[in-house]
Design a protein around this ligand. Structure first.
Ligand SMILES: [Mn+2]
Length: 326
């Protein structure tokens, strides 16, 4: 039995400002390749780690053209909801979203937090659970979202759309550290949400993997170096093989993102961080929230919302003050 996993596709009907190619046609090609791989490897199901849609309400024609690429494989599609699939990041909005509509139409299946799905053949019985994004994730007891028990199965896979981190790259952000969730019984925890992924983590026979987003939305310099890939979970060999399959249809980063602009943006962000750190204790800002300081200085300097957001995130990280990533 095999499964194919992908995450954070962020399907949308236009190109993000940072893209210099046609985002829609590039992403369609990726989904087509995913469908071909699913057929080629004869997988039992396609698993999606959330943020299938970039917004909860893409137009019907956009939604149709993307989903039909995946459906072409003729293989069931299972999805957990990511924050971008929802209105106001609120899980209770699912019935009113495109994800909810397509689930109601029976074209994909949403895995809810209490679901336990089982797949079985002569050799193996697999349990699949999922934890969609919700407003308390990474704020409440991590065990509730990241840890599952294994019941009546040989192998357990748990999908989560949350801010699970292997290191402390973003010390100020609201996140969960891998060491807080290693008592899970899942043999494989698949994490979406953080687009850059993290190095595979193995602890007492259990894998924690974030292969990174299939979409490149921002022109962050990290987007130039990472591999866009899906994960093949192969349980057909008597042992488990986890194999990352880089997509061949993916264009080199410098053909889809403007490196000069990315480097310029990175410099702007650094300038703004420096100015904010210097200014925040000045009398003028003493009673201001960090965001207000960032916006005040950033807008004055003509910096875009994207630069201000990135700078705010970094300032929070440097100061160790919490901020939710999205
Ligand atoms: Mn995402």
């Amino acid at each position: 039995m095999r499964f194919l996993y992908l995450t954070d596709t962020h399907c949308r009907g236009n190109s993000p400002t940072n893209r210099i190619d046609n985002y829609v046609s590039s992403l369609m090609l990726k989904l087509k390749e995913v469908a071909c791989l699913a057929q080629e490897w004869e997988v039992t199901a396609i698993l999606h780690g959330g943020d299938l849609w970039d917004l909860p309400n893409p137009s019907m024609s956009v939604a149709e053209s993307y989903l039909s690429q995946l459906e072409a494989a003729g293989i069931p599609i299972y999805v957990i909801a990511g924050n971008h699939d929802l209105y106001r990041q609120d899980l209770s909005s699912i019935p009113y979203t495109m994800l909810g509509l397509q689930a109601a139409q029976g074209r994909l299946r949403i895995i809810n937090s209490r679901d336990r799905l089982y797949f079985q053949n002569r050799n193996v019985r697999v349990q699949i659970t999922g934890q969609p994004y919700h407003l308390e994730i990474d704020r409440r007891d991590p065990g509730l979202d990241y840890c599952v028990t294994k019941r009546d199965c040989d192998y357990a896979i748990h999908l989560v759309h949350g801010n699970l981190m292997a290191g402390c790259d973003f010390p100020g952000s609201i996140h969960t550290h891998l060491s807080q969730v290693n008592k899970t019984e899942a043999d494989l925890t698949l994490v979406g949400h953080m687009h850059f992924g993290f190095p595979d983590y193995y602890y007492e026979g259990k894998w924690f993997i974030n292969i990174g987003a299939l979409a490149r939305l921002t022109n962050h310099l990290e987007e130039f170096n990472r591999t866009l890939q899906v994960l093949l979970i192969d349980l057909s060999l008597g042992h488990t093989e986890l194999r990352k399959l880089p997509l061949k249809s993916v264009l080199p980063a410098n053909q889809v993102l403007d490196r000069n602009k990315a480097e310029y943006t990175a410099r702007q962000v650094q300038c703004l961080i420096k100015s904010v750190l210097e200014a925040r204790n000045e009398e003028e800002f003493i009673n201001s929230q960090l965001k207000e300081v960032v916006d005040f200085i950033g807008i004055q300097e003509g910096m875009s919302r994207e630069i201000r957001q990135e700078a705010l995130r970094s300032v929070h990280a440097k100061l160790g003050t919490g901020q939710r990533d999205s």
